[in-house]
Design a protein around this ligand. Structure first.
Ligand code: 5GP
Ligand code: MG
Length: 184
């Protein structure tokens, strides 16, 4: 496995690791500036997919921050079509009166973001924003558009950099499309 892309199960690389790194740096600069005057800050990674993105992002933020966590599931097991997302580990961490940044790996239909946002809002945060590394073009309503988006992609099922298929491939340092014969 090379950091920029070759892996026997990957048909096509969309974002090599150096492109991801450069974009995460840019997002971190915007987020750091936005929250310089909005404290206290809580980052809320949506597990499992966002753990790699969140780990890279927080190490580039100089802001004083806390981490809350929630875990959702939208693609159980080997599915590549989403089911209605559900919470598998409930929201834990300080939310009330804090400026909350929800961090997810990818925005598809927007149902996961909407679910998490509603749970956060019920805890009376000072503000809520969201950051995703990837967003599928034209799928979620404009209302759910995250405040920070790394890359827009076509409607493809992608893996790597935290994103899985049947819980595999999260450790790939790049993001790519699996060979179709492996998705069944
Ligand atoms: P949504 O609720 O927006 O339809 O889907 C969001 C969740 O589904 C993401 O948090 C992510 O975990 C998962 N997901 C959506 N699209 C993909 C994809 O292309 N690949 C993978 N591995 N997960 C995806
Ligand atoms: Mg997810």
């Amino acid at each position: 496995m090379s950091s920029n892309g070759s892996h026997p199960d990957i048909e096509r690389v969309l974002f090599p690791s150096d492109a991801i790194e450069a974009r995460v740096n840019e997002l971190a600069e915007c987020i750091a500036a936005r929250y310089a005057a909005h404290t206290p800050l809580t980052l809320l990674p949506v597990l499992s997919g966002s753990f790699v993105f969140a780990a890279d992002l927080i190490r580039r933020l100089p802001n004083k921050l806390k981490i809350a966590l929630i875990q959702t599931s939208a693609y159980p097991g080997r599915s590549i079509t989403a089911v209605a997302p559900r919470v598998v580990h409930e929201l834990a961490g300080e939310i009330t009166d804090r400026h909350v940044l929800i961090v997810d790996d990818i925005l598809d239909s927007g149902q996961t973001m909407s679910l998490v946002r509603n749970l956060v809002e019920a805890e009376r945060p000072a503000s809520v924003q969201s950051a995703v590394l990837l967003a599928k073009r034209g799928k979620a309503s404009q209302q759910l558009r995250p405040d920070y988006v790394g890359f827009e992609i076509d409607d493809l099922f992608v893996v790597g950099y935290g994103l899985d298929y049947d819980d595999h491939y999260r450790n790939l340092p790049f993001i790519g499309v699996l060979k179709p014969e492996l998705m069944r």
